[in-house]
Design a protein. Structure first.
Lengths: 208, 208
DNA sequence: TTGCCTTTCAAACAAGCGTTTGATACGCTC
DNA sequence: GAGCGTATCAAACGCTTGTTTGAAAGGCAA
């Protein structure tokens, strides 16, 4: 194996392990030693390849699959109500399904509750586009009868419901011990959030 | 001053400072040294009076004002819809208004996103009662036409919306730089969550 | 083969953490 | 006032953290 290719492999193993550990433990909770252990690399490798733990996080972040989710949703030929339901379903799977390979949504969710030096980048590249996307979708549903500020609050309501299931996983497990987040349960949750939110939106302008 | 009274004062100063720092930085982020600095006490004081940092957290937790909020709400002679609105308004003030002296809700919210050894106690004494309270209230509103599992999801939707504004404070400040959480804005947010949720609940059974 | 340069490694470093220690101060009881 | 017991204090301990270091390894060009 050539030198460069081996080095590139190490980099990739570190990035994969970093995404795994960051999404599990958060940035503070994750340790460089644990990341290197999983990547089967030396402790010094992180600083050699990425300069610092911060640098590793910055490079580990990429939000293509979240962006792709939005792009493909925008191309669906259906009512905004249906598209919202589709989006929530796929988004909840990315958030909750641990079999889902893309940990980026879980890192984003972690960051929401516990900011790090990379928060600015995450807001710029993931959260702001997500909010814009949902704002457009919600605007299509409610029309122009509510103010911009109220529209933002609607987006917050939708995102907040979704995030709660991720943030409060340990709590919900204690509240409802027999509950486990398999694919079927995630679908049921997504359906609930969709129905709840569509009703919440539909009759909003009338009584505001 | 007597010996015992001085010691008691130190204990109280430590507890006050602990609630402050825990609610600001979370359990991991809070340091014993910072708590002692604010309490104007020696670093060893925490271990002398409470045994450990864990012990300090356990004693710093008390949820009377959250319980009182529920009790007084239950005694209000009004429709469940109105009572839900009242509760959300006061709850949001406890969560978001930094002038609000009771930091317990903010500690609870922090714990939700970042569990500590005290999570079991917090779930038992604060979160579970809160969920039960809201479940009863929601049941009054929607009647018996939806399942228990769906009822729980409705509670999650309401709590999730409320918590989002707390968890995502740093993010929302970046998304909407001109937004600040004064009393008026908190009222508007509470009104939105109430309207959104009441609509979400009202038409839920019909299409489930 | 020789020498260079990138990569890896074990080991150590400095800083921060929660915690412990032994001395000191000082109300309290007798 | 002597002796006891509690509370406070500066200092240090042991540990973990992210990071640095200097040597070793080994492809690669000459």
């Amino acid at each position: 194996m050539t030198r460069g290719a081996a080095s590139e492999q190490t980099r990739e193993r570190l990035l994969d392990a970093a995404r795994e550990v960051f999404s599990e433990c958060g940035f503070q909770g994750a340790t460089v030693r644990e990341i290197c252990r999983r990547a089967e690399a030396n402790v010094a490798a992180v600083n050699y390849h990425f300069g610092s733990k911060d640098g590793l996080l910055a490079e580990a972040l990429h939000f293509e699959s979240l962006r792709m989710l939005q792009d493909s949703n925008a191309r669906v030929d259906a009512s905004p109500e249906v598209r919202l339901g589709l989006f929530i379903r796929e988004f909840m799977h990315m958030l909750l399904d641990e079999k889902d390979s893309s940990s980026q949504c879980r890192i984003m969710a972690r960051e929401l509750a516990d900011p790090t030096p990379a928060l600015d980048k995450i807001v710029r590249e993931a959260i702001a586009p997500l909010h814009d996307f949902l704002a457009k979708l919600v605007r299509e549903i409610i029309g122009s009868r509510v103010s911009e500020a109220e529209l933002q609050r609607c987006v917050n309501s939708i995102v907040g419901q979704c995030m709660y299931y991720h943030h409060s996983h340990p709590v919900l497990r204690r509240l409802h011990p027999d509950l486990n987040f398999d694919g079927q349960e995630i679908d049921a949750i997504a359906r609930h959030i969709t129905d709840f939110s569509l009703n919440g939106l539909k009759y909003l302008g009338g009584q505001a």
